[in-house]
Design a binder for this molecule. Sequence first.
Ligand code: U5P
Length: 226
Amino acid sequence: MKVVVSIGGSVLAPDLGAERIREHAAVIEQLVEDGCTVGVVVGGGSVAREYIGTARELGANEMNLDEIGIDVTRLNARLLISALGETANPSPAEDYEEAGAALKRGDVCVMGGVAPAQTTDAVGAALAEYVNADLLVYATSVPGVFSDDPNETDDATKYPELSATELVDVIAGIEMNAGSSAPVDLLAAKVIQRSGMRTVVLDGTEPERTLDAVKYGDHDGTDVIP
Ligand code: U5P
C-alpha cells in the first residue's frame, strides 16, 4: 500500500521536543515494516507562524513570508529525517519529482513546502496524486472535518464520512470566515476531489492513530470517499 501522511507542524513539533518527533518517526517505520511505501509532508506549525509574524512586522511581502514558511517546513522535515535516519531521503525533497524518485528507490520520502501561495495541505494532496497513493492521511490538530470551525463554534459537528465534493463545499464555507482554522485548505480539497484520492483527516496529536487508520481503517476522524 502506498500512503502519503501529511503531519501538521503543530502536531509534529509543538515544542520542538525530540520524544514527540521520535514517536512520529516510529509510526512511519512501523508502516514501512508492514510493507507500506510512505511519503511524508511536514508543516510549519507555530515556529513558522512566529517567523512569519516577525517578518511581516519588518515589512516582508506575502511571497517572501511564504518562502520563510517553506523554509520552516523544511526545517521541521529535517527534524523528522533526523529521527528516521537511513530509512529516509537525506534532505527534504524540494519538488514532487524528487519525492517520487526517493519512493522509487525504496526510501521513505520526507518533504515540506514547495512553492509560495499555498500550504503543506496542498502539497500532501499533490504528492499523493503524483505518486498515485492509495491513501492520504492528514494528521492534524483539528481531529476531523467539522460542519464549522470547532474552535469558534460550540455546536460544530464532526463528519465521520464525506464525499470529496462535500469536502470542497464544507471547506469553502469554513474558509469564508477569516482566520478560522480549516482542517485542510481549499486547494488541498480541490486536488483530493479531482484525483479521487481516498483521504482520512484525523487527530494527529497521538501518532499511533495514523497507524491504526492505515492498518485497520480504524480512526475517529473523517473519511473522504471519492
Ligand atoms: N508554505 C508555502 N508553500 C508551501 C508550503 C508552505 O508558501 O508549499 C508557507 C505558507 O505561508 C504556510 C507556511 O502557511 O509555509 C507554513 O506551512 P503550513 O504549516 O501552513 O502548511
